[in-house]
Ligand binder design. Structure first.
Ligand code: URA
Length: 305
């Protein structure tokens, strides 16, 4: 067995054990494996274990969100979370601006550079680092958060604290990963002091950066988490409990609002609703992208609704 194979098996056992014990992933022990001199004869058995490990890892992610989600009646709020029917819930009065109306010739890197130098509102005086966003440049989904917290302010990276770890697990449960197929950005690029909600002038000063990112990335779908991004993008004051699971359009791109992972950390009973939204997003993406559809076929096959 190689050191890498041993590490993969140990990580699997650690993850499965921790998940079964507490329902959450714990940090694993640091290991220092070395390669065996000869590979085992039973390499096929190892591959089988590895593929089970990968499958369980994905389902562990799912299990964390889907507890009770299949109980009839529990998800009545999620009624129109499904696409494409859900798109019909968009009212004719909803604004459908074209993405072409956003002017940008800048690359994601150039936009990030401009964000880091920005002094357009008072938040630049209190930030440690601006947080432009991160991910792949041709994402399947643009995930949109509120604004940086303390961890993000210190690191310059989005969603790296406890909420970020939960967000990563939520995305992983439907085959999404900021290193592979999505981009994560906030509508507000600098941390508001004490994590207060951004003032309207701060939100207005930051929106052009988000719009330029949107034009540069041109994602097929947008997932917003929490009430601030829906308010900033769609101008609605409606509560997130009513908004979540209802598809909207932003510059012609389907946008699905869901709960913020910080809220889910505070109230785990709401995870079932977020899970319904994630499933709806996954199904819609699978209709759009055949490679993603193939990758997530097994996950989707396990869902009753
Ligand atoms: N919450 C957010 O909305 N964004 C972050 O980047 C971190 C926490």
């Amino acid at each position: 067995m190689t050191a890498e194979q041993k590490l993969s098996a140990a990580r699997f056992l650690d993850t499965a054990g921790a998940f079964l014990k507490t329902g959450y992933f714990d940090e694993c022990e640091p290991y220092n494996f070395t390669d065996d001199e000869e590979l085992p004869v039973n390499a096929a058995a190892y591959s089988a274990v590895k593929s089970v490990a990968e499958t369980v890892a994905v389902y562990c992610g799912e299990a964390e969100y889907c507890a009770d989600s299949e109980i009839p009646g529990l998800n009545k709020d999620a009624g129109n979370a499904e696409a494409p029917d859900s798109i019909k819930s968009i009212k004719p009065t909803d604004s459908i601006k074209s993405i072409d109306s956003i002017k940008t010739t800048d690359s994601i890197a150039a936009i990030a550079d401009a964000v880091c130098k920005c002094t357009n509102c008072g938040l630049h005086t209190t930030r440690i680092k601006a947080v432009p966003g991160e991910g792949v440049e041709n994402p399947l989904v643009l995930v949109v958060g509120e604004g940086p917290g303390a961890d993000e302010d210190a690191s310059g990276r989005p969603f790296v604290g406890a909420a970020g770890r939960l967000l990563d697990k939520m995305l992983l449960a439907i085959g999404l990963d900021r290193k592979k197929n999505c981009f994560i950005a906030n509508v507000i690029k600098c941390r508001p002091p004490q994590n207060r909600d951004p003032y309207p002038d701060e939100a207005a000063a930051c929106l052009p950066f988000f719009e330029q990112q949107l034009a540069a990335l041109n994602p097929p779908l947008i997932l917003t988490v929490g009430k601030i991004p829906v308010k900033a993008l769609l101008g609605t004051d409606e509560g997130i409990t009513r908004l979540r699971g209802n598809w909207k359009l932003y510059h012609g791109i389907p946008l699905l609002p869901t709960f913020h992972p910080s809220y889910l950390l505070r109230d785990a009973s709401q995870k079932r609703f977020a899970w319904e939204d994630l499933k709806a997003l996954c199904r819609r993406l699978a209709e759009i992208d055949s490679a993603y559809a193939a990758e997530t076929a097994q996950i989707r096959a396990g869902w009753n609704s």
